[in-house]
Ligand binder design. Structure first.
Ligand code: ADP
Ligand code: MG
Length: 704
């Protein structure tokens, strides 16, 4: 048996959290820092110096030799630069360990190589990182020793955001302001703050590290570019929620311990639908911390895999033919005194504040469906959204029977006078307790589902940051709240006005509600009739960022400037083009240098067999001949497709305009890649397994 772990003891042991601050900081300093964290009061350098000193002492006790501003540029992953705590040697040749307030609150990495979408020319490479004191610093232990990581925002010399965190924090301020305004209208005078709470469920695949290293497609692109389906896929549903195998269980145990030490409340783990696919969910936290924690989770999943001889794959679609991976972004609004604005209570029809909040969310999501869709787009996610897999690319909201019924009552009669009840769940077995049933069932196919006291946005890709979706959610809902507050603050009769507003919002935006099967073709037709956008790819989604309505809203709430939105648009097109380019080149490389030579060897092997068998009188070589014919035919097809792919990739690389280039990769290069994959996957089914130059899907998914 493995050694006993005291979870309570290890939880947060590597985090400079509130308990540590209370214990270590002078009272006055602690109080001022708390004010900065909670009320956004400016931090003086004097206070920062004291905090920095204590942070350093604490980190050194944990074995840290370096500190690092840890930030989230527009690459989708985190970035860091490590500095040792040491000062210049003294005359006696010794050094001191030091860390100043200035070093804590501001850093200046040479940031010229991060994507900025034209925001900076390389000769103006200055970028600044600024401490986000609302997300706690932590000490990370790895092969580099121990490092004090300080979560920071990342901006240009002129103050434009170059990262995910800055706009996220801005959007949290926007929703806080408007939500507070809204609850004041309902007589709440005590709550001081409203925070978007986020719980991001993370899906991932685990494969054997040695086999992974034999696949250049996985190494270069994180997904398989070739691969025939094994005899068995996910059709038996025997992996989903199945018993976790010992090797994987040992891995999960290590992941959990690492995460708990870092204060990440890893809570749920299970096998997912596809073979070798798993999921991890933490307990929800304030949006910016949840975003940071999700990055820590992704890094930890990868790092710990190495120790277990495994590779963790976070790509949205590592294997064609089985489910890909996503990330469910659970979102709600919670006050500092614990009131969840999305809690309907037992009788939602009477809960006017809840109905107003809900109707505002309907309005926000309907009006900005394109932005929400865009926020979930990344290159890998194109294989899921709008392809043959869940969730669909059309944004709709699932409310469940109970709430849909309330909305229906409001729209048709102007008042809602009852709420459907959940009742008892009768199992029919006397020894089982009868359970109280939720008033609402679940709908797995909806991209945006109400799940009791939160919304669950299910479109996000597994390797993407959850920052973007939450920036959009916070801002679009802030906008709808603000519009509501403007009307209600000036109303002569509040009760009548709020009633009318809820009804109007519901009536005008009811089209976004869909409780049926989101995977069906009928829904695609129905959504079209309703005028809901069906945006099939990342390249088609990007323009949503810079529409007039998007710019007006983001500027109004000081979340993005027009320039920032334009720069993000450029970064996205560039990223798309670059990633597809890498995939295309990896395919060319693998096909030309590994697969085609292997197929030629196999063809020769067949030809040799035919010749030698024929020397024996009366022998039948029809099977060998048939295989050889089939092989050479597919080889010809492969070679032709390879040439086309080479030409298209070459042509793509010459296009200068980012948008046009991304479109060309999307329309032309993707198609050429598919055309190459097809004959090669057929060849894999023919060629002797011993001669195929890489592990198969079956080897990867079933022999972990
Ligand atoms: P489900 O089964 O609906 O997916 P879970 O209880 O497993 O729900 O929770 C999934 C994720 O949602 C977890 O990360 C959880 O912490 C988070 N979550 C639960 N309640 C809320 C809430 N009120 N706001 C935001 N996230 C929440
Ligand atoms: Mg869920």
């Amino acid at each position: 048996m493995s050694e006993y772990v005291n979870v309570v003891e290890i939880f947060g042991e590597n985090v400079f959290n509130d308990a540590v601050m209370q214990a270590r900081l002078p009272k006055k300093v602690y109080k001022e820092l708390k004010q900065t964290m909670e009320e956004g009061k400016e931090l003086t350098l004097e206070i920062a110096d004291v905090v920095a000193h204590e942070m350093k002492e604490w980190a050194i006790e944990k074995g840290a030799t370096h500190y690092s501003h840890w930030f989230q540029p527009l690459t989708g992953v985190t970035a860091e630069k490590h500095d040792a705590f040491i000062t210049a040697p003294k005359p006696d040749g010794k050094v001191l360990m030091s860390f100043s307030g200035k070093e804590l609150i501001k850093g200046e990495p040479d940031a010229s190589s991060f994507p900025s979408g034209g925001l900076r020319a390389t000769f103006e490479a200055r970028g600044y990182t600024a401490w986000d004191c609302t997300s706690p610093a932590f000490v990370r232990q790895d092969a580099a020793g121990a490092t004090l990581c300080i979560p920071t925002a990342f901006c240009s010399y002129t103050g434009e955001a170059l990262d995910q965190k800055t706009p996220l924090l801005r959007s949290m301020e926007a929703i806080n302001k408007e939500a507070l305004r809204l609850i004041r209208l309902f007589g709440n005078t005590t709550s001081k703050k409203v925070t978007p709470s986020v719980g991001a469920e993370q899906e991932y695949f685990l494969v054997d590290a040695a086999k992974f290293m034999k696949r250049k497609d996985l190494i270069y692109t994180g997904r398989t570019l070739f691969g025939a389906m094994p005899p068995k896929g996910q059709e038996l549903d025997d992996h989903y929620f199945g018993t976790i195998r010992q090797k994987i269980a040992g891995y999960m145990k290590d992941v959990n311990e690492e995460l708990w030490k870092l204060g990440v409340s890893s809570k749920t783990q299970h096998n997912e639908v596809a073979p070798a696919q798993h999921e991890l969910a933490p307990i929800y936290a304030p949006a910016n911390i949840a975003v940071d924690h999700n990055q820590i989770i992704m890094q930890t999943l990868k790092r710990v895999a190495r120790k277990h001889g495994l590779k963790c794959i976070l790509h949205e679609k590592p294997f064609a033919g089985v489910n890909g991976s996503g990330k469910h972004d659970n979102w709600s609004l919670v006050t500092d005194d614990g009131i969840n604005l999305l809690e309907p209570g037992k009788t939602p029809h009477e809960n006017v504040q809840f109905l107003l909040v809900l109707s505002c969310i309907l309005k926000a999501v309907d009006r900005h469906a394109d932005l929400l869709r865009e926020s979930a787009s990344d290159v890998g996610n194109d294989h899921r959204l709008g392809a043959n897999e869940a969730p669909p690319a059309i944004i709709s909201i699932y409310l469940g029977e109970q709430l849909e019924d309330v909305v229906e009552q409001l729209v048709s009669t102007g008042t809602a006078d009852h709420s459907l009840k959940g009742g008892r769940l009768m199992t029919g077995v006397r020894t089982l307790p009868d359970l109280a049933k939720d008033a609402t069932d679940r709908n797995r196919t909806s991209p945006f589902a109400f799940t009791g006291n939160k919304f669950e946005f299910r479109m996000v890709g597994s390797q993407d940051s959850v920052a973007a979706p939450n920036i959009v959610l916070n801002t679009i809902v802030a906008e709808a709240f603000q519009e509501a507050c403007k009307i209600l603050e000036n109303a002569e009769d509040f009760d009548v006005a709020v009633h009318d507003l809820i009804k109007t919002n519901c009536a005008e935006h009811q089209r976004i509600i869909f409780n049926g099967n989101g995977y069906s073709d009928a829904w695609v037709e129905e959504a079209k009739r309703r005028g809901l956008p069906n945006i099939r790819s990342m390249v088609d989604a990007i323009p949503a960022l810079t529409t007039e309505k998007s710019i007006a809203m983001f500027e109004h709430f000081h979340v993005f400037t027009k320039t920032e939105l334009e720069s993000r648009t450029e970064v996205k097109y560039e990223t798309y083009a670059k990633e597809i380019n890498v995939e295309a080149r990896a395919m060319i490389d693998i096909a030309a240098k590994q697969i085609i030579p292997a197929v030629i060897k196999y063809a020769k092997h067949l030809a040799d067999a035919i010749i030698s068998i024929q020397t024996i009188p009366g022998m039948d070589v029809s099977v060998e001949t048939e295989l050889l014919k089939e092989t050479t035919k597919l080889l010809r097809e492969s070679q032709t497709a390879l040439k086309t792919l080479q030409e298209k990739t070459e042509a793509a690389s010459l296009i200068e305009n980012n948008e046009r280039q991304a479109r060309y990769y999307h329309d032309e290069v993707n198609a050429a890649m598919e055309a190459l994959r097809k004959p090669i996957d057929q060849l894999e089914m023919i060629v002797d397994k011993e001669m195929w130059p890489m592990p198969s899907y079956g080897d990867l998914m079933f022999e972990v």
